[in-house]
Design a protein around this ligand. Structure first.
Ligand code: SME
Length: 149
């Protein structure tokens, strides 16, 4: 399924749903529909704005239910409020390993206005699978999800 059609599908499937139902649904749809998305989850900025707390996710269980802002790829995205693609995690110094199977990662901020509130984090078992199409697609998904924050 192309990203444009998938975006429409996601937009329709969350229409009228509350956050608790919508977020897990979107995580599941992303993992199911995009072959190179192996772990898909949400991290949310904590109330003290010093860390990220793991929200709904699909994929292997992770020990990293809390990540300090600035730490790892997720923490860098929280700090800079910009999307990040790491095509080869072995080359990234500021990286927190969740599973040895992961080779690449994309993280996209969810913003309320301009303010960082949460992020979509996706791990892939493929090497360098992400393109600017993934990024712009996921930024549109993030914009859809910002209504829940
Ligand atoms: N790899 C991330 C940590 C989260 S796991 O991928 C689920 C990072 O470097 O921030």
């Amino acid at each position: 399924m192309g990203f444009e059609i998938l975006l429409e599908k996601i937009s329709k499937e969350i229409d009228g749903l509350n956050k608790e139902v919508a977020l897990p649904k979107v995580m599941a749809t992303l993992k199911e529909e995009v072959f190179h998305y192996d772990w898909v989850g949400i991290y949310e900025l904590t109330a003290d704005e010093k860390g990220l707390s793991l929200g709904p996710y699909v994929g292997k269980a992770t020990d990293h239910t809390y990540i300090p802002v600035g730490k790892g790829v997720c923490g860098q995205v929280a700090e800079k409020n910009i999307s990040m693609i790491v095509q080869d995690v072995s080359q990234e110094d500021n990286y927190i390993a969740c599973s040895m199977d992961v080779q690449s990662e994309i993280v996209v901020p969810i913003k309320k206005g301009d303010r960082f509130v949460a992020q979509i984090d996706i791990d892939s078992h493929a090497y360098a699978p992400f393109t600017s199409d993934d990024q712009s697609f996921l930024e549109k998904v993030a914009a859809l999800l910002s209504v829940y924050y």
